[in-house]
Design a protein around this ligand. Structure first.
Ligand SMILES: *[C@@H]1O[C@H](CO)[C@@H](O)[C@H](O)[C@H]1NC(C)=O
Ligand SMILES: *[C@@H]1O[C@H](CO)[C@@H](O)[C@H](O)[C@H]1NC(C)=O
Ligand SMILES: *[C@@H]1O[C@H](CO)[C@@H](O)[C@H](O)[C@H]1NC(C)=O
Ligand SMILES: *[C@@H]1O[C@H](CO)[C@@H](O)[C@H](O)[C@H]1NC(C)=O
Ligand SMILES: *[C@@H]1O[C@H](CO)[C@@H](O)[C@H](O)[C@H]1NC(C)=O
Ligand SMILES: *[C@@H]1O[C@H](CO)[C@@H](O)[C@H](O)[C@H]1NC(C)=O
Ligand SMILES: *[C@@H]1O[C@H](CO)[C@@H](O)[C@H](O)[C@H]1NC(C)=O
Ligand SMILES: *[C@@H]1O[C@H](CO)[C@@H](O)[C@H](O)[C@H]1NC(C)=O
Length: 904
């Protein structure tokens, strides 16, 4: 196994859970199919033990340094044999329902505004419906239950709401070929094409003829893909964004992500157990006969999992087989994780820009400016390009660790300085595929373009509020009181200043004073409308050292977002708002949504690309517009803290079973997240500070102009940017028919009213849970005696390394981890380090913290979670693939020495 790139970091600062890792790079149909076939060469018995068979395959593949790829039907054959136990399912419903009480949008999802483009869903009653099905003994298979829960999650269309649990966590389904949707000339409606043929045609200077996909499994291609998108798309506010989310895109390639179709398909896409085929017919008559694939979502060899019962214990209950626990101490067993970390070689990145050119099949040109450590899957993400009279700043992500964040903003500044020197008057900020990240970078980047706006313009606003409910109010009251009573010198005072349940330092939007206590924020007489209760509107204190330190790891002047805290403005505005445009694809989410909104409030227009094959407007920001993604794991820790330390007699907090550190989730939860706060726009608030506020999530925000991707620009960013410049400044006629006039500008309201909700596509053509027969295929081959009653996994403590920097457990590595210190008022902690033994990272299906490493706690108070931050490229025999690599990293550990510096 050869590692192609240097270790690179992927920022995971708690805002997001929606980045999707990709597992393999299949740019070529033949190679994908032959690879799938290669993994089939050992003919193991897959009929009598369908799950044991899969894990034999995993082991055989990893032993041969091949990434395991399966036929979709083989994975499905195992999944459907896993039985369902009512009691375990009921405990999960209890856990998940309690968790989702913190989701800010429940009332609006149930009864959305007319301009909200997705169907309504009553989340709590849907969970009640699933619960009733359990009580009526309607589930025989774990898979049917999990599919029902996932359907509810997907129907929330909020990329801050994520759930990876049970037997659906270890695998995803994937198409054996990549597709894109493009118009032949920018006017004609887009059609689906095999991506590979677009790239080949481009490389042949368009000598090779292109032929669009006309049918898939006998259905018209657009119809098939529409239903596929409807069923599998995750987290977007309208069909246009769901559509874009299906396909491959250069801005995904350079981050190592797949589209939903290419490698993130949740529901089994085959027609039946026996039929996982997919037949694609092109317009010129050529047709291809493929099979759906399945990919492993976890880079872990669970060892001797044999039966559906083992599978159940491991993935549903989170219990390891006894033989696997024993092997932890066994130095001879090198297969714990099927991955030899010490033998990995690192790539020599001497020409950093070229990695993006290479990874995007030549779609990106060589950059004029690029962030240090630019690499696929982490590290640097910012590049800048100067193309005739246009400057292009590419920001595909805001995910950055603190050190990278500094490089990120330095690179943005370098771009600005250089573009000014070149006297460029047209600036495109390309935020295609930007799913968010560190919100500080949204503030920072905005102010580098608009440094001179007075303080009372909307950019500094960022107002939000949350749902008021008894459990949330209890946590907020107890934790805020606890924090209020801490000494100014206490390290917790600094660490927890930005804790979501410490409200004291945050700003009350009504009077610009800090809240001080929870009751002022969420009084028992809190606003009541739409059948729910709401907190007051809060804003960040972006001048408060403790808050900045806690929220953004700001230790020094330059760590504060530009123009905030102590990081004073020392530049001036170079471009007027109408000399800048944002290029989006509707997938902009979270911190990206915050950024795009600040730009919009300043008068910057947006051009959106792609969308369904129909004319009309499209929204530029249709990922989550929520103000804060929050992890159920952190919530669990807070409940435990309050229950054990502050208010043991409270009956509101769920019980924590003896010997376990958090409440019982019933089913093993790999990762769960929700949206804690709604963004409330300033004009809405100003209109009536004490009245009703509509979350930005439920408003219609059209882009100023929409363009189609074309066969010439979908895999050629040079061409795309030049088309965008044309649409923005010289020839708005190239905008899609009826796409202009739906967006407003400051002091200039939109002339057209938003379209109302699209009709719902209902009939089920693609078979999944609903149309595949539940009762036919399988009788669970499972012995109830195998199942051990279980609860949530135990949380283990991290240990420091032995004196010679070795670790007890095979596969774990000794690493120096930054630790903070207790500092006095007027000082800020400076980081030092301690050597800890860390478990290796496992592949995870989301990029949020506490996902694949959430079982370990590094901090005696248990407030820190572990996360994988290193991702990199691994080269298999066929092709390079990105991988989580390295060790789970804890955050916010305390030191005992004296490592403090004077506050600036
Ligand atoms: C698994 O078994 C089925 C039915 O016997 C067979 O069609 C399929 O090819 C087998 N898969 C592999 C990978 O051997
Ligand atoms: C979910 O929790 C809410 C609030 O506590 C409760 O009213 C509802 O009955 C619960 N639903 C289920 C299915 O547990
Ligand atoms: C149809 O188009 C594809 C893609 O350009 C090409 O590979 C194939 O050979 C064509 N088939 C025929 C029959 O022309
Ligand atoms: C990296 O590449 C440079 C230039 O090609 C070369 O001098 C250097 O030895 C290489 N380093 C490694 C570790 O291969
Ligand atoms: C509070 O601050 C905002 C933004 O700076 C400003 O628009 C508003 O007028 C202020 N409100 C009060 C009551 O001072
Ligand atoms: C909790 O309840 C027990 C038993 O009623 C009582 O002894 C104890 O003082 C209570 N603790 C708190 C913090 O109220
Ligand atoms: C991309 O388009 C530009 C402008 O049409 C062209 O000059 C360039 O060669 C194209 N790039 C590739 C890789 O084909
Ligand atoms: C499901 O079962 C019904 C009745 O047994 C049968 O008629 C139907 O064809 C089956 N559907 C599929 C997709 O196998």
């Amino acid at each position: 196994m050869i590692l192609r790139s240097a270790f690179v970091l992927l920022g995971i600062l708690g805002q997001h859970a929606d980045a999707k890792p990709r597992y393999d790079q299949r740019s070529d149909i033949e190679s994908a199919t032959s690879r799938a076939l290669a993994s089939r060469q050992v003919d193991r018995d897959n009929s009598t033990r369908p799950c044991g068979y899969l894990f034999d395959e995993v082991k055989a593949s990893l032993d041969a340094d091949l990434y395991p790829i399966f036929w979709a039907g083989d994975v499905y054959r195992c999944l459907v044999t896993v039985p369902f136990l009512n009691d375990v399912g009921l405990r999960f419903i209890e856990y998940y329902n309690t968790t989702l009480q913190f989701q800010s949008t429940l009332a609006y999802l149930q009864n959305p505004t007319p301009e909200y483009q997705q169907p309504a869903i009553d989340v709590v009653s849907e969970l009640g419906r699933v619960k009733q099905k359990i009580l009526d003994n309607q589930y025989q298979r774990q898979l049917d239950f999990e599919y029902d829960i996932h359907s509810i999650v997907l129907a929330m269309h909020d990329s801050h709401v994520t759930l990876s649990f049970g037997i659906t966590a270890p695998f995803v389904f994937a198409s054996p070929f990549d597709i894109v949707s493009a118009s032949v000339d920018g006017k004609a409606l887009p059609q689906p094409f095999l991506k590979e043929q677009i790239v080949r045609a481009r490389n042949s200077d368009w000598v090779l003829q292109l032929s669009p996909i006309v049918t898939i499994n006998g259905f018209p291609a657009v119809e098939y893909l529409t239903r596929f998108a409807k069923q599998n798309s995750f987290g977007n506010l309208e069909d246009h964004a769901d559509w874009n989310d299906l396909f491959e895109h250069p801005a995904n390639d350079i981050q190592g992500f797949y589209g939903t179709w290419g490698g993130q398909t949740l529901f089994y896409p085959g027609a039946s157990l026996e039929d996982d085929g997919i037949i694609v017919k092109l317009a010129n008559g050529t047709s291809y006969n493929f099979r759906w694939l399945a990919l492993l979502n976890e880079l872990v060899n669970p060892g001797p999992l044999e039966t559906a019962g083992d599978f159940y214990n491991y993935f549903v209950l989170g219990l390891e087989p006894a033989s696997m626990q024993d092997s932890d101490d066994d130095d001879d067993d090198s297969d714990d994780f099927g991955f030899d970390f010490d033998n990995l070689k690192q790539i020599n990145l001497t020409d950093q820009e070229n990695i993006w050119v290479y990874e995007s099949d030549g779609a990106y040109p060589k950059a004029n400016i690029s962030q240090k450590d630019l690499a696929v899957t982490g590290g640097g993400v910012v590049t800048g390009y100067f193309q005739e009279d246009i400057g292009i700043l590419s920001l595909p992500s805001f995910y950055q660790f603190p050190d990278e964040a500094k490089e990120f903003s330095a690179t943005v500044q370098k771009f600005i300085t250089e573009a000014e020197k070149r006297k460029l008057k047209k600036i495109i900020i390309d935020i295609q595929q930007n799913r968010g990240g560190t919100v500080a970078l949204a503030f920072d980047t905005f102010r580098r373009f608009f440094p001179e706006e007075p303080d009372n313009l909307p950019w500094s606003w960022a107002g939000s509020r949350r749902r008021s409910h008894p459990l949330g109010d209890l946590l907020g009251t107890e934790i805020t009181n606890f924090w209020n009573e801490l000494d100014q010198d206490d390290d917790d005072k600094w660490d927890e200043a930005a804790n979501e349940f410490v409200i004291s330092p945050r700003i009350d939007a009504r009077n610009n004073q800090t809240f001080g206590n929870w009751a002022k924020y969420s009084p028992s007489t809190s606003s009541h409308y739409r059948g729910d209760h709401w907190s007051n509107v809060e804003r960040y204190p972006l001048f408060d050292d403790q808050f900045l330190y806690s929220a953004f790891s700001s230790e020094a002047v330059e760590d504060d977002p530009y123009g905030h805290g102590h990081n004073k403005i020392n530049t001036s505005q170079i471009w007027k708002a109408d000399e800048i445009v944002l290029l989006t694809d509707g997938l902009c989410s979270s911190a990206c949504s915050v950024f795009a909104n600040m730009m919009a409030q300043a008068g910057v227009r947006s051009i959106v690309a792609g969308g369904r094959p129909e004319t009309g407007p499209m929204q530029g920001v249709a990922g989550s517009r929520g103000a804060r993604a929050y992890s159920a794991g952190i919530l669990d820790w807070l409940m435990r803290f309050v229950k054990q330390e502050l208010n043991p007699n409270s009956t509101l907090i769920p019980n924590i079973p003896p010997d376990f550190e958090t409440r019982d989730s019933g089913i093993w939860v790999h990762h769960a997240a929700f949206n804690l706060r709604d963004e409330i726009l300033k004009p809405d608030f100003d209109a009536n500070p004490d009245g009703q506020h509509l979350p930005r999530q439920f408003q219609y925000e059209a882009a100023h102009c929409r363009i189609f991707y074309t066969i010439k620009n979908i895999y050629n960013m040079t061409q795309l940017w030049s088309d965008v410049a044309k649409a923005a400044w010289t020839n708005p006629g190239i905008c899609v028919a009826d796409s202009i006039g739906y967006a407003d500008l400051p002091n200039q309201p939109a002339s057209s009213i938003p379209p109302s909700r699209l009709p719902i596509h209902t009939s089920g053509i693609i078979s999944t849970k609903s149309s595949v027969n539940n009762t036919d295929e399988t009788v669970p081959i499972f012995n109830e005696g195998d199942i051990v009653a279980g609860t949530a996994p135990k949380i283990e403590k991290l240990v420091e390394c032995k004196a010679n920097r070795t670790c007890e457990i095979k596969g774990w590595r000794c690493e120096d981890i930054p630790v903070a210190d207790t500092c006095k008022t007027g000082e800020r902690p400076k980081f030092s380090s301690v050597a800890y033994c860390l478990p290796p990272c496992r592949m995870s299906s989301t990029a949020d913290s506490g996902t694949s490493c959430g079982k370990y706690s590094a901090d005696k108070r248990g407030t820190s979670s572990l996360s994988c931050k290193a991702r990199t490229m691994v080269e298999t025999k066929e092709k390079a693939r990105p991988q989580y690599i390295g060790c789970c990293q804890p955050r916010n550990i305390k030191a005992s020495g004296s490592m403090c510096v004077k506050s600036p």
